[in-house]
Design a protein around this ligand. Structure first.
Ligand SMILES: Cc1ncc(COP(=O)(O)O)c(C=O)c1O
Length: 339
């Protein structure tokens, strides 16, 4: 086991022992290669560098009380990466290559899978890039698929305590028929200005509204939004948000707990009526939201008035994390033990 302060890890890059790589050349994927290098050698005219032909995934491997290492819904990450590849005309990897790559990335870096009980996990970053050269705007003919692993603590530094969000209206991360619903780097480039604005105002993350009407809630930074009222879990339906695997899982758990689940446009004016609101994604699982500040309208929405996460957010969070670490039964077969 690596000698790290597991409980204090940031959500950041830390060198591990190996990564894995696979190349698509002459119309076919080659064998998976193991590398201990942190760099990649790329053609100066690779489409990933010039035209943003790249897509990635983010997922975690968890060590349980039994010492076993678990992956959570990896097939959903595979399917999303396949959709991302198709969305920007890249060659997707096969399911077998994807599974083999993420499994090897975990097992080769086993000493970095954090111990149970530290709240940390091994983050996996599958990455697919257009590596072949083009000068005209065209898809590459060669692709490179890689997976690196890095141990992480929770994404939001505050942990499972309420965070503060600022509504950003003067920049958009995605358009309805653009690439917001797939996980491509360009979306994150266009989210940086909004994130900076939120941070400059002293807020943890930006809330993006739909880019057409500036009325409906899209996303919170790199996480989906949800609200709870009248025993109902409500999350936005929009063509420009990334379908979160965490959110998909929470919707199922909320239903299992007897809550009603609604996926529909959520008008920002509805915020006043929610009992609890939060952000969800692989990084933090659930981040309860204590305050939403609409900068341009100078309006504040407050939640968690006692400074604590709401009861339903807490219940759902505990349930999902318990399934991920193997503490509780996994009725939907979301978890796969790889060692
Ligand atoms: C823009 C965006 N929305 C939502 C999510 C949450 O998705 P998931 O739960 O699959 O991690 C992410 C993170 O992957 C993201 O980058």
């Amino acid at each position: 086991m690596a000698n790290l302060e597991w409980g204090k890890l940031p959500f950041g890059y830390l060198k591990t022992d190996y990564n894995v790589r696979c190349y698509y050349r002459d119309g076919k994927w080659g064998e998976l290669e193991i590398s201990s290098s942190e760099t990649v050698n790329l053609h100066i005219s690779a489409t990933a560098l010039h035209y943003g032909q790249q897509a990635f995934e983010g997922m975690k491997a968890y060590r349980g009380k039994d010492g076993k290492i678990r992956l959570f819904r990896w097939e959903e990450n595979f399917k999303r990466m396949e959709r991302s590849a198709n969305g920007i005309l890249m060659q997707p990897v096969t399911k077998d290559i994807f599974k083999d790559a993420i499994t090897k990335a975990v097992l080769l870096n086993e000493r970095f899978v954090p111990p149970y009980g530290t709240g940390a996990a091994l983050y996996l970053r599958p990455l697919l890039i257009g590596s072949g050269p083009q000068v005209g705007v065209k898809p590459a003919e060669e692709y490179m698929f890689m997976v690196f692993a890095t141990p992480v603590g929770p994404y939001f530094k505050e942990g499972f305590t309420p965070i503060k969000i600022a509504v950003v209206r003067d920049s958009d991360r995605a358009a309805p028929l653009g690439t917001g619903s797939i996980k491509v780097g360009g979306n994150y480039a266009s989210s940086l200005v909004g994130a900076k604005k939120a941070h400059d105002e002293g807020y943890g993350a930006p809330m993006y509204l739909d880019s057409v009407h500036k009325k409906y809630i899209d996303e919170i930074g790199a996480a989906n939004f949800f609200g709870v009222k009248n025993n109902t879990y409500i999350t936005p339906k929009s063509p420009s948000i990334l379908p979160s695997i965490t959110n998909m899982s929470i919707m199922q758990l909320a239903e299992d707990m007897g809550m009603t689940v609604e996926k529909r446009p959520v008008d920002i004016d509805e915020l006043d009526s929610f009992e609890e609101v939060g952000a969800c994604g692989t990084a933090a699982i659930i981040s309860p939201i204590g305050e939403i500040y609409d900068i341009d309208k100078d309006k504040k929405y407050n939640f968690c008035k006692d400074g604590k996460a709401g009861p339903l957010s807490t219940k759902i969070y505990n349930k999902l994390v318990a399934i991920q670490y193997g503490d509780e039964a996994d009725p939907h077969n979301w978890v796969e033990i790889i060692k």
